[in-house]
Design a protein around this ligand. Structure first.
Ligand code: NAD
Ligand code: LMR
Length: 354
């Protein structure tokens, strides 16, 4: 019991709605009002992410969507999750990727409030996230087209890489369809999660007490942690900041190399995706919530940028400025914007061809 309580307390960071750890102990299904789809739900991120979303007490239904030749059939993932003692219903949906997703996902997506998209290919050692664009943009487009038709009011959390280019591409597609581009949000929570953990290890504090803003984008130098804006991180000596910044930028590569060609971050990403998803659902339930994420923005001269976002009943309600920066962060901001500009351009060019 003590262990369960401790896990629950930790999970409060995921969302103001605690996860259920036993059907009897959770708030009861009255609070469960939202339908969530995890596209790529049979994959490395998708399976644990679907599990964490099924455990969120605001969730009444989870669609686990993947392709028919996935490593595990989505119906199998759903059957497995469906035996856990939570109120949520879990349903699997397999599509034939040689046919348009939009022709196959009506039941899966209809009524969804939140669609989380880790569907796509992860990188291997030596690759950049940008190398994944050609294949992953096509996968995302198929799914986003289907969301536009069946759940146009849903928030679409783009996890698939390269986030910096896929989000502009998909948001422009939403614009072309007359839909709200702010429904398309890049999930960068893992950068914040890593920065918090690295700071906590360096300072001997609890990661739960650290909240480092990470702005910019989600690749290499575009990942800009603002250590000066967190009270614990701000105590770190200035001569240690550049290395900490670099480790945060390279967190994904650290995992890709450690997995030695067998994938990229999955479990920390599922945790981060569930933290993001929980915040979106909190907002929809009328409980104000914020997260750092990447979306259409006027915070800088770039049309897409990651900064703090407040969520409300329909999704995004406010995109915050980045605040006061240290001298190191000012230099890094210019570096981040220069790289991000090109990656945004790639997404905008893609959208023009669709
Ligand atoms: P994975 O290969 O384990 O899983 C991907 C899943 O997507 C597979 O099950 C595959 O069958 C499925 N898929 C492919 N096409 C699909 C389609 N049309 N519809 C539905 N499902 C489809 O990969 P993973 O480790 O889960 O990573 C997925 C993506 O997430 C990668 O692009 C990776 O780079 C990215 N990622 C992003 C972050 C982030 O912080 N935003 C973190 C980690 C990984
Ligand atoms: C991450 O940051 O872990 C992801 O973007 C996956 C990757 O390729 O690094």
């Amino acid at each position: 019991m003590a262990a369960i309580m401790s896990i629950s307390r930790q999970m409060l960071r995921v969302s103001s709605a605690p996860l259920c750890f036993a059907g009897k102990a959770c708030f009861a299904s009255k609070a469960a009002q939202f339908k969530v789809c995890v596209s790529g739900g049979a994959g490395g991120i998708g399976q644990p992410l679907a599990m964490l979303m099924a455990m969120n007490e605001r969730v009444k239904e989870v669609s686990v969507q993947d392709v028919s030749m996935a490593m595990v059939p989505p119906a199998g993932v759903a059957a497995d999750l469906g035996h856990m003692e939570f109120p949520s219903k879990v349903v699997g949906y397999a599509i034939d990727p040689s046919k348009p997703a939009v022709d196959q996902l009506e039941e899966c997506l209809t009524g969804c409030h939140l669609v989380l998209v880790p569907a796509g290919v992860p990188r291997k050692p030596g690759m950049t996230r940008d190398d994944l664009f050609a294949i992953n943009a096509g996968i995302a487009k198929g799914l986003v087209d289907a969301c536009a038709k069946y759940c146009p009011e849903a928030v679409i959390g783009i996890i698939v890489n390269p986030v910096n280019s896929v989000v502009p591409a998909m948001a422009e597609l939403y614009k072309k369809k007359g839909l709200d581009p702010l429904k398309i949000i890049g999930v960068c929570t893992l950068d914040t999660v890593r920065a918090n953990k690295f700071v906590s290890v360096m300072t001997g504090t609890s990661p739960m007490d650290v909240a480092v803003p990470v702005v910019g984008g989600h690749a290499g130098v575009t990942i800009l942690p603002l250590f000066s804006q967190d009270k614990i991180a701000a105590t770190i000596p200035a001569d240690k900041i550049a290395a900490l910044d670099k480790r945060t930028q390279d967190g994904g590569t650290e995992v890709v190399e450690a997995k030695a060609g067998k994938g990229s971050a999955t479990l920390s990403m599922a945790y981060s995706g569930a933290r993001f998803g929980g915040k979106v659902l909190d907002g929809m339930a009328g409980v104000p919530a914020s997260e750092y994420c990447y979306l259409a923005s006027t915070v800088t001269e770039l049309p897409y940028f990651s900064s703090k976002v407040d969520f409300g009943p329909k999704g995004v309600v406010k995109v915050h400025d980045i605040g006061v920066l240290s001298a190191h962060e000012k230099v890094r901001l210019e570096e981040a914007k220069a790289a991000l500009k090109l990656e945004i351009q790639k997404g905008l060019e893609y959208a023009k061809t669709c």
